[in-house]
Design a protein around this ligand. Structure first.
Ligand SMILES: *[C@@H]1O[C@H](CO)[C@@H](O)[C@H](O)[C@H]1NC(C)=O
Ligand SMILES: *[C@@H]1O[C@H](CO)[C@@H](O)[C@H](O)[C@H]1NC(C)=O
Ligand SMILES: *[C@@H]1O[C@H](CO)[C@@H](O)[C@H](O)[C@H]1NC(C)=O
Ligand SMILES: *[C@@H]1O[C@H](CO)[C@@H](O)[C@H](O)[C@H]1NC(C)=O
Ligand SMILES: *[C@@H]1O[C@H](CO)[C@@H](O)[C@H](O)[C@H]1NC(C)=O
Ligand SMILES: *[C@@H]1O[C@H](CO)[C@@H](O)[C@H](O)[C@H]1NC(C)=O
Length: 283
């Protein structure tokens, strides 16, 4: 399954003039329950315009199937924006991997690719954890070309969730039994999820038919034993969970840049740090 969350084609950064124009006072600053502070915005002239095809900060306010309005960046739902932290929370798809009773094996492709590499975002290594839910389930998160470790720019990490018995599963505990978590490297903006296929899960399929792997906001995630025993991780979340993105400033995240005011023009608490060449003043 190929999953491209954001395929933004930003190449050239614009002149700082684009950023210094204050957005019009008539801009819509709320979509449903979500506040949309600058540099994000909904209409042209209301968000930080960073290049012809770059709509990193340009959102749409869509009427969704449940009758509510919600902000999207292409197909990615934006749950919230924090200007002070230089972060956005988006909804990220859970990758399921399920036992097929007919074929007596695990179903489907076991590799899922998620890519923010052409946007102004990085995956927050501080706030997110790669999380695997299931029984006898080993999953990896890696760069796409993890088979070519020679380049030195690749990474691969992961963890294994085991289930010795239902009695040992505990709500709120993600430390190996039915649930495990791994930290991700700093500074990545795309990842591949791969399930290890060598485990024969026929014997545990009646107890736990599906395994799940997802990069998720650690503070939000709260393991429920029923995610394994009743398979309701997808049902209880709608198949999507929060993921925290950091705005990128040059090659580091905005928050890192703000710590070093010598190198970046992100001095004032009323400025938004977006790129080393652009300083945005909040209206
Ligand atoms: C939201 O609306 C925009 C503009 O109509 C559209 O391009 C986009 O695909 C929609 N997103 C979703 C998730 O429906
Ligand atoms: C399960 O396996 C059978 C036989 O290989 C296949 O026909 C069927 O489509 C599979 N089910 C799913 C949900 O993929
Ligand atoms: C864990 O919490 C869920 C409700 O979220 C409950 O149904 C389940 O029985 C709990 N599991 C244990 C082992 O207490
Ligand atoms: C998996 O184990 C079951 C017995 O638990 C066996 O019937 C089946 O053939 C095994 N499948 C594979 C692919 O080895
Ligand atoms: C799983 O359940 C099915 C139907 O209830 C049963 O036929 C099968 O033997 C069970 N498999 C195992 C490994 O317990
Ligand atoms: C801040 O940036 C300057 C210039 O790039 C660099 O020399 C300095 O080591 C940085 N300080 C920290 C704490 O990263």
């Amino acid at each position: 399954m190929l999953l491209t969350l954001i395929a933004v084609l930003a190449s050239a950064w614009p002149a700082a003039a684009a950023a210094s124009q204050p957005p019009s006072g008539t801009c819509q600053r709320r979509c449903g329950d979500v506040d949309i502070p600058y540099p994000f915005g909904i209409a042209r002239g209301c968000y930080l315009y960073t290049g012809e095809n770059d709509v990193t900060f340009g959102l749409t306010c869509n009427l969704t199937a449940d009758g509510t309005y919600r902000p999207f960046c292409f197909e990615v739902e934006v749950l919230g924006v924090s200007v002070a932290r230089g972060q956005a929370r988006v909804r990220n798809e859970i990758n399921p991997w399920c036992y097929n009773a007919t074929s007596r094996s695990m179903d489907g492709g076991s590799s899922m690719w998620t890519d923010f590499s052409d946007s102004s975002f990085m995956l927050s290594d501080e706030d997110n954890r790669f999380t695997v839910v299931g029984c006898n389930s080993l999953a990896y998160v890696s760069s796409k070309d993890a088979s070519q470790f020679a380049t030195g720019s690749t990474y691969m990490t992961g963890c294994m969730a085991t289930c010795p018995g239902a009695g040992r599963l505990e709500n709120g505990s993600c430390s190996g039994m039915g649930c495990c978590q791994a930290a991700i490297p700093r500074g990545i903006n795309s990842y591949d999820v791969v399930f290890e296929e060598k485990f024969n899960t026929t014997a545990i399929a009646n107890f736990s038919r599906c395994s799940y792997a997802v990069l998720v906001e650690a503070a939000w995630f709260d393991f429920r034993t029923t995610y394994v025993t009743a398979g309701d991780f997808m049902a209880s979340t709608g198949g999507k969970v929060p993921l925290v993105l950091d705005w990128v400033v040059g090659k580091v995240t905005c928050r890192e840049a703000m710590r070093n005011t010598t190198a970046y023009a992100c001095v004032s608490s009323s400025s938004v740090c977006v790129d080393s060449r652009i300083q945005v003043r909040l209206p």
